[in-house]
Design a protein around this ligand. Structure first.
Ligand SMILES: *Cc1c(COP(=O)(O)O)cnc(C)c1O
Length: 486
């Protein structure tokens, strides 16, 4: 135990203080408070200095891993750096002190940000209009599918209850479809990893509401037959939904609207550099083609002929999916990111992310099994170590990476491979960082042969060792006292 691992309650010394409250400031007020709200006894609080508190929280924060502390090659998740200017803009008092119930004419600047971000994302994706109301990617999927249902419903086409989802899809896709009350039909991939058109054809009839896809798919492969898929699905009366959570490889290069997609979501907390932090706050804007714009949920922002921005509600809309208008602070950060990059640099994001992914793939394929050897987009998948005889698993490799100061990649996803390791470096890492990652991955492959037990028992240097993952998920220790005592 390091000296600073002492619990802040153990550090407590009677009478020690880190603050001074104005004298009697509250004494006068207590008389105004209802009796039942008044505390009878003193709260159990540690008595510590300001420095004790600063160290306590700083040390706790260092027990966690974040993109600000190290490389985070999480496939299917785009863990790129979050530029600090985003935070500064989102913290400006003119934005930060707004209230969601203020009249439109007093929040014109905020509504203009909404409007401009909407225009920017529409230009980037080839969609007509976005809603920013959903709080996450999966929430965006649900909103997009509700919009799809609404479209069929408004046309009196009520037989359409099925959604086609490829077997390589992100787990949230079938889950969102099920939550939306739609039936999931799986379509198989070819051995090359893309949708098998011949398996798709027989599924298409007048019960199909649409198909959910991502392109490049979760294997990092571009579905080159997308035009034909779009024709087939539209031909049977269905719509195409694009999961744009990881939009990085296409940013400024290829537009889902041009590929034939009707509805899509983006994850601002992936592609648009806003933090993922502890599961949120996130933002999963949903964009649609023109013929679906009326069905997007309320409220919406429109620019009037008077040049002013107005919050409107329309009747055809798919109800509301969140209180007010989404996570405005997150929208500000994404808008800042787009403006900071500018039109020209937005186009560099995809190629650089793609180059980085292919570089890692090529450098490591002599140590890790590469089931799909073609050029990838922003991410790719290994199927565990090349040398299987050691019995060292993908989980062991992932845990060992933590000892070397790297976050583990995504593991055991996609389900197509038993020992999947999915790596996505993003464009924000330098060649030096990527090279150290490659060196360590090689070193781990050597350790798998020379000292497999070190890997099986990894991690060795982290605040908590290897956890029983089921118990950790079902009964998490969320209190630092429990954690330090465990
Ligand atoms: C992350 C991700 C999602 C879900 O986004 P959340 O914000 O975590 O709900 C959906 N699809 C894909 C492909 C993703 O990578």
């Amino acid at each position: 135990m390091k000296y600073y691992d002492k619990l802040i309650f153990e550090l407590s010394k009677k009478g020690r203080r880190g603050f001074t409250l104005p004298k009697n400031h509250w004494a006068d007020k207590t008389s105004e408070m209802p009796k039942e709200l008044l505390r009878g006894e003193d709260a159990e609080l540690p008595e510590v200095s300001e420095l004790d508190v600063v160290r306590h929280y700083t040390n706790l924060s260092n027990m966690n891993f974040g993109v600000d502390t190290g490389f985070y090659p999480l496939g299917s998740c785009t863990m790129k750096y979050n530029p600090k200017i985003n935070e500064e803009i989102a913290a400006l008092p003119g934005f930060n002190h707004l209230h969601p119930l203020q009249p439109d004419e007093t929040v014109q600047g905020a509504l203009e940000v909404y409007y401009n971000l909407n225009q920017s994302l529409a230009a980037i994706t080839g969609m007509s209009e976005f809603t920013f109301n959903p709080f996450a990617g999966a929430h965006g999927e649900l909103t997009g599918l509700m919009t799809m249902r609404r479209y069929h419903e408004m046309r009196g086409d009520d037989k359409r209850v099925k959604v086609i989802v490829p077997d390589s899809a992100h787990g949230t896709n079938p889950a969102s479809a099920a939550v939306c009350g739609l039936e999931v039909v799986e379509v198989k991939s070819t051995p090359q990893g893309t949708i098998d058109i011949e398996s798709l054809r027989p599924l298409l009839d007048d019960t199909i509401a649409g198909i959910m896809m991502t392109n490049p798919n979760t294997l990092g492969l571009f579905e080159t037959e997308i035009k034909e898929i779009a024709e087939l699905v539209h031909g049977c009366g269905g719509l195409l939904y694009y999961d744009g959570a990881n939009f990085n490889p296409l940013l400024g290069k290829v537009r889902p609207g041009d590929m034939g997609f009707d509805i899509m979501h983006l994850n601002l907390h992936k592609t648009f550099s806003t933090p993922h932090g502890g599961g949120g706050p996130g933002s999963g804007p949903v964009g649609v083609a023109k013929h679906l714009a009326d069905y997007l949920p309320n409220p919406k922002v429109r620019k009037g002929n008077d040049g002013l921005f107005h919050v409107i509600h329309n009747e055809e809309a798919t109800g509301c999916v969140s209180a007010f208008m989404g996570n405005f602070g997150v929208l500000l950060k994404a808008y800042t990111y787009i403006l900071m990059l500018g039109k020209e640099n937005v186009r560099l994001v995809g190629p650089l992310a793609t180059l980085n992914a292919n570089y890692i793939k090529e450098c490591l394929k002599d140590s890790y099994k590469l089931p799909i050897p073609t050029v990838c987009k922003h991410e790719f998948v290994f199927d565990g170590l090349l040398d299987k005889f050691t019995g060292v698993t993908t989980l062991d490799v992932a845990k060992r990476l933590l000892d070397y100061g790297f976050h583990a990649p995504t593991i055991y996803f996609p389900l197509l491979f038993h020992q999947a390791i999915m790596i996505e470096p993003t464009e924000t890492e330098s060649k030096e960082t990527i090279d150290s990652f490659i060196d360590i991955m090689h070193k781990i492959a050597e350790e798998a042969i020379s000292e497999p037990d070190t890997l099986r028992n990894a991690p060795h240097n982290t605040p908590v060792r290897r956890l029983d993952e089921t118990t950790a998920a079902k009964h998490p220790l969320l209190n630092y006292r429990e954690l330090l005592q465990s």
